[in-house]
Every structure is written in structure tokens, then in C-alpha cells.
Write a protein that binds this ligand. Structure first.
Ligand SMILES: [Zn+2]
Length: 257
């Protein structure tokens, strides 16, 4: 019998009984193809997720290469989403890749994430994180959040109108809005931290798609890259949340833009 690409995982009960087909059929949108996105995208493609939408307007720079291993020095100056797709297509020619070399904003976010079974947030901007949270809540699309700083990071799985959302966890935007210069994208981060957190996001995504995730939606899982511990911080859905808690947002089935 010829060897298959997924032979080493098909023996797992979660994969063998239609699980591999679930991975192949899932449509996953990845917002941000930087440090988190590099390990996330390779991991998802590796296990057999076939439908990937990659969104990133940014171009590759030399300072990205300590953590964004989708790219090589030859990619410097080129768009990340396009170069990521090129690299992944070589890794698995069967991938169905959608590429959006666009900056996510209020005018395009619906078209960018509509139709996704799961959105994975790999951005370094608080503003975009809030916008994605609000849009996912409105569209009822579950998403996985992730962020890194220095040696540390966290992941969280959000089910809109069921678990705590990002606003339930953090409060409204004005409480944490920071000047552009303090974005984590320009902050210091050890290159291995996003590799770990991006892989954790991929592992969580796989478990969610396979229906075997035991992570508590709405809670956050914090990874400490110095002592290697993972701590869970509980978050309850806030009935008065300005994003997911009020009846106003969804009154009359309103899902408008
Ligand atoms: Zn909320």
C-alpha cells in the first residue's frame, strides 16, 4: 500500500473516523501572516487543512526574519500574504488558497471574513482586534485570538454570543487603545514566542474542527516562555457587554454592516 501524507495521524481516533475530511473541508481565515501566522499556517497546512484564506497588507522586512519563517531574504519588500501563499503552495500543491493583500478596515472586513468556518487572529493591532471581534460577533463566526509579547503570549477561543468576547475580556476599546508606536509589532519579542503561540492556535483550531477541544471558550490560556507554564484565566460573558451583551446590536436579526 502506498504511503499517504497523513498516515502518521490517521491512526488517531479523532482523525480516522472522518476527522481528516473535516480538516480538509474547513474554511479557515487567517488575519495576519507575521510571526504567529508563520507557524500557524505551516501547522494547519501540515495536518491537512486545505482551504485557507490569508489576509495581510504588509510587506516583508529584514527585521521580520527572526520569527516569520515563512519568508526568506529574497521576499523582502514583497507582500506577506502573497509570499506566504507561494511558500505554502509549494509545501502542499493541493491547498486552495485565497489571498487578500489588503489592510483590514471597517469598509472591507465583512467581505474578508464572510463564509469562514473559523477566523484566526494573528495581528498586532488592538484596533484591528476589536474590529474583528465585533464583526465575528455580528456574523456569528467563532474565532481564535492570540498575541505575544517578549517571552509570553496567550490564546483564546471565542464563540460569539455564547462565551466571553474580546470586549467582555478587556472592556471597550478606549480602555486599552494605545498609540501606534506601542503596537506589539514594534515591541520586543523573542522569535520563538510567536512560534509557540501560533502553534498553540493551530492545535486549538484543529481540536475545534475535530470536535475534541476541551479548552473553555472565552477563557484565556497564558503561556510563560520562561518557566514553561500555561495558566488559564477565566472570563465570563458580560451581559452588559457593549459588543455581545446588549440586545441592541442584534435586534430584529440585524446583522448589518
Ligand atoms: Zn462581549
Amino acid at each position: 500500500m502506498p504511503e499517504g501524507r497523513y498516515d502518521r495521524q490517521l491512526g488517531l481516533p479523532e482523525l480516522g473516523n472522518g476527522g481528516q475530511q473535516k480538516l480538509a473541508a474547513a474554511h479557515i481565515t487567517v488575519v495576519g501572516a507575521g510571526g504567529l501566522g508563520s507557524s500557524l499556517l505551516f501547522s494547519l497546512a501540515g495536518i491537512g487543512v486545505k482551504n485557507l484564506r490569508i489576509i495581510d497588507h504588509d510587506t516583508v522586512s529584514l527585521t521580520n526574519l527572526n520569527r516569520q519563517f515563512l519568508y526568506t531574504p529574497a521576499d523582502i519588500g514583497l507582500n506577506k500574504a502573497e509570499q506566504a501563499a507561494s511558500r505554502l503552495a509549494a509545501y502542499d500543491p493541493d491547498l486552495k488558497l485565497e489571498v487578500f493583500a489588503k489592510k483590514v478596515d471597517e469598509t472591507n472586513i465583512y467581505e474578508l471574513i464572510e463564509g469562514s468556518d473559523l477566523v484566526i487572529i494573528c495581528v498586532d493591532s488592538a484596533n484591528i482586534r476589536y474590529l474583528l471581534n465585533e464583526t465575528c460577533c455580528r456574523l456569528g463566526i467563532s474565532y481564535i485570538d492570540g498575541a505575544v509579547n517578549a517571552f509570553y503570549g496567550y490564546i483564546s477561543y471565542i464563540i460569539p454570543r455564547s462565551s466571553a468576547c474580546y470586549v467582555c475580556q478587556n472592556g471597550p476599546l478606549h480602555h486599552v487603545d494605545r498609540p501606534e508606536g506601542s503596537r506589539t509589532g514594534t515591541a520586543m519579542v523573542l522569535g520563538t514566542a510567536p512560534a509557540v503561540i501560533g502553534s498553540m492556535q493551530a492545535q486549538l483550531a484543529a481540536s475545534v474542527i475535530l470536535g475534541c477541544s476541551q479548552a473553555v471558550p472565552g477563557n484565556r490560556y497564558y503561556y510563560n516562555g520562561k518557566d514553561q507554564s500555561i495558566d488559564m484565566v477565566r472570563h465570563q460573558r458580560d451581559p452588559d457587554c457593549s459588543c455581545c451583551g446588549t440586545a441592541d446590536l442584534y435586534k430584529d436579526g440585524e446583522m448589518g454592516k
